[in-house]
Design a protein around this ligand. Structure first.
Ligand code: LMR
Length: 393
């Protein structure tokens, strides 16, 4: 039966991990996949995670099943971290999911149960896996303008105009902060204007929160979610603990759904439970248990907030370092847009051919669109990186 299958192309982002790993050049630089790296180029396990894990191992008395929705304390803690008090508790439901991608997949599945032929509008561009993931689940995708590749700014007017023309009831996917791949986030005023259009057009926000804490701080990065939750009747939020807790491979996330009426909550809960049972039965527990310990212990929580700040500050510093190095090595080119971005990503703004040359001639890996993960920059490699970029310009 399987002889009929054809090989698939490597994943645009994950394929770079393997290519970089197999590159024997010692000077190679990985600016591809979105994982945080410290000054020594490692993706560390945060100290709070180590401490919580130790506590978990010492106290966990059973690994019996918990259930389709995961751990209730984890869900409540994550819901509070995301929404604070912005959404009415009696209209909000949160379940544990296998990472942000698992959450997106469950969200798509439940929307498909609730609505015939649902359409979700995604930004141009968006995370490379949004379209295959949501489209593969059966949703129709349409695009709204977002990033102006020439001016390196958000096309807010074109975006609002497109959303104003979207049919009532459609979903609109947003990145709560640290837009992937552009790094450009709407301002508070722009989020307010977007919310007004959603309200007026009766559109449903579907917000992907993968980098809470990596732009400004944990609260400001949730502004769009909290503002929309207090102004709109319905919304979907998918969140990930991969980046801010460094729990990438443990697959920890949540799906929150705000519904228009409290009476819908138990029905939605039973639908989610049934859907999850048919998909993966229940989410993995270990990483979520660690997050729950951290969020519910005052000392660990305070230390974790410090760890997130440290990651955010390093990313910010590396962005500035690259910008300065490029100013020196390529003075005729304007890279000022690098400094406008939030989080790990931004577009370098070079062509696909130049990206290919950076890989082939210099061992520098980035996504074809020229999206770079600035966490891959270090004080040691920035000169080589800037000189290589200057050489291919
Ligand atoms: C990325 O965009 O690089 C990250 O979100 C990792 C992934 O799964 O693609």
């Amino acid at each position: 039966m399987f002889e009929s299958l054809q090989p698939m192309p490597a994943d645009a982002i994950l394929g770079l991990i393997v290519e970089h790993r197999n590159d024997p050049r010692p000077e190679k630089i990985d600016l591809g996949v979105g994982v945080y790296r410290d000054a020594s180029g490692q993706t560390p396990v945060p100290d709070t995670v180590k401490q919580a894990e130790k506590r978990l191992l010492a106290t966990q008395s059973s690994k019996a099943y918990i259930g389709t929705a995961g751990d209730a304390l984890f869900n409540a803690s994550m819901q509070a971290l995301t929404f604070d008090a912005a959404a009415p508790d009696d209209r909000l439901i949160t379940i544990q999911t296998p990472g942000g991608s698992g959450s997106l997949r469950v969200a798509a599945g439940i929307v498909l149960r609730a609505k015939e032929n649902p359409t979700v509008w995604v930004s141009t561009p968006t995370w490379a896996n949004h379209e295959p993931l949501l489209g593969g689940a059966g949703m129709t995708l349409k695009e709204y303008p977002y990033y102006d590749r020439h001016g390196h700014v958000i096309q807010i007017d074109a975006m609002l105009e497109t959303l104003r023309a979207a049919p009532k009831g459609d979903l609109v996917l947003f990145h709560a902060c640290c837009h992937n791949p552009s790094g450009l986030d709407p301002s508070v005023e722009q989020w307010r204007a977007i919310t007004d259009v959603l309200l007026e057009r009766e559109l449903v926000p579907f917000i992907d929160l993968a980098y809470q804490g990596f732009a400004k701080n944990l609260d400001d990065d949730a502004f769009a979610i909290r503002h929309m939750a207090s102004h709109l009747p319905e919304m979907i939020v998918t969140s990930s603990c991969s980046k801010n807790f460094g729990l990438y491979r443990d697959r920890v996330g949540t799906l929150s759904v705000l519904v228009a009426s409290a009476a819908t909550v138990p029905i939605l809960a039973s639908q989610l439970s049934h859907y999850v049972r048919t998909l993966y039965s229940m989410p993995p527990d270990h990483g979520a248990a660690i997050v729950s310990i951290i969020l519910n212990d005052d000392d660990l929580r305070a230390q974790w907030i410090g760890e997130v700040s440290e990651m955010r500050d390093r990313i910010h510093d590396m962005r500035a370092l690259l910008s300065d190095a490029l100013k020196a090595k390529a003075p005729d080119h304007d890279f000022s847009h690098l400094l406008r971005a939030n989080g790990m990503f931004c577009f370098l703004g070079v062509t696909a051919e130049q990206v290919a040359r950076l890989k082939k001639d210099y061992g520098i890996y980035m996504v074809d669109s020229s999206r770079i993960n600035v966490a891959g920059i270090t004080a040691e490699n920035v000169d080589y990186l800037a000189s290589s970029i200057a050489a291919v310009l």
